[in-house]
Ligand binder design. Structure first.
Ligand code: 13P
Length: 342
């Protein structure tokens, strides 16, 4: 392992004014997104949609540091035969790959999940590296509910994240370590902080135990945020302040960068929260975005599967990428949302 090179990539992934596009929806998830806009999910429609984003020159060159791809996409070519990975590289962004194989029910823990995909991961990583991937992603899912999460679920998921991270570094690939505490329940923001703190602490304990070099990872956490069904929602300032405190308590300064997931927040909320955190400032790591839904909901709607809407889709994508770029520097303001891109 060359740690200096891993660190260089991790820093490029979280470089000032840039963040990650999570375009790694599985077949099932992208079908759900396409159903919502009335588009049939086929190999070609998935390709066309993602090609539209990767060919958004302004967004890809100026605001997006890297793209997380799904296995199907990393092997696909654009309509003109150029590999999609090349489009990303030509724009100056870094290709990455989701390598977990989804979740399975965790035995003895009703309602809880464990992320799988460690078997043969070393061989898969070597092939992805050869194709151009320089970072990877593995997502653990922790749900908050009555009597959950159990320590068992937190522990096995942290163990798997660290196993994955160690294998990535051995393959000269930067692991994005993503322990996602879901915002699906009716819990309040303090319960989210309590559980996320426990999850982050366990995750870093496992990373250390398995000798993962913290200078060669990127952390992808959830924000401190109330459940969607909570009767007490939180202000932007409260989310920002509690998230920053939580991260300062749990994340070593050696970590080169933190890139949040959006987790079901609206595009604008995800931007406003990131901006408010960066305005607090004085943090040991850059805070940026690694958004899926919060970057793609607008372009999906604008595109709606029609060739004649490609320019509108690209404009919507570029706008959200630019807003999040500003937020990553603490320079976003709500009135910039309505100013049309030149
Ligand atoms: P969301 O931003 O839609 O949560 O997706 C990010 C991601 O990669 C989740 O694994």
């Amino acid at each position: 392992m060359n740690l200096a090179d891993l660190n260089k990539i991790a820093r490029a992934m979280t470089a000032p004014g840039k963040g990650l596009l999570a375009a790694d929806e599985s077949g099932g998830t992208i079908k759900k997104r396409f159903d919502a806009i009335g588009v049939e999910s086929t190999e070609n429609s998935r390709r066309d949609y993602r090609e539209m984003m990767f060919r958004s020159k302004d967004a890809m060159s100026n605001f997006i540091s890297g793209v997380i791809l799904y296995d199907e996409t990393i092997w696909q070519d654009a309509a003109d035969g150029t590999p999609l990975v090349k489009l990303i590289e030509q724009a100056g962004a870094i290709p990455g790959i989701k390598v977990d194989e989804g979740t399975q029910a965790l035995p003895n823990c009703p309602g809880e999940l464990v992320t799988v995909g460690l078997d043969r991961l070393a061989e898969r990583l070597a092939k992805y590296y050869e194709r151009g991937a320089r970072f990877a992603k593995w997502r653990a899912v922790i749900d908050i509910g009555h009597g959950i999460p159990s320590m068992t679920a937190i522990s096995v998921n942290a163990h798997a994240l660290a196993r994955y991270a160690a294998l990535c570094q051995q393959a000269q690939i930067v692991p994005i370590v993503e322990p996602e505490v879901l915002m699906d329940g009716d819990h309040d923001i303090d319960r989210c902080v309590e559980i996320t703190t426990r999850v982050l602490n366990k995750t870093f304990q496992e990373l250390r135990l398995q000798r993962v070099a913290l200078e060669g990872i990127v952390l992808k956490p959830n924000m401190a945020i109330p459940g969607k069904k909570s009767p007490t929602q939180a202000s932007i300032a409260e989310v920002a302040e509690k998230t920053v405190r939580m991260l300062k308590n749990c994340v070593p300064a050696a970590v080169p960068g933190i890139a949040f997931l959006s987790g079901g927040q609206s595009g604008e909320d995800a931007t406003a929260h990131l901006d408010a955190m960066n305005r607090i400032g004085g943090l040991p790591w850059p805070l940026t975005f690694s958004y899926g839904r919060a970057l793609q909901a607008a372009p999906q709607k604008a595109w709606a599967g029609k060739t004649e809407n490609v320019a509108a889709g690209q404009q919507a994508f570029t706008h959200r990428a630019r807003m999040n770029s500003l937020a990553s520097k603490g320079e976003w303001t709500a009135d910039q949302e309505t100013k049309k891109a030149a």
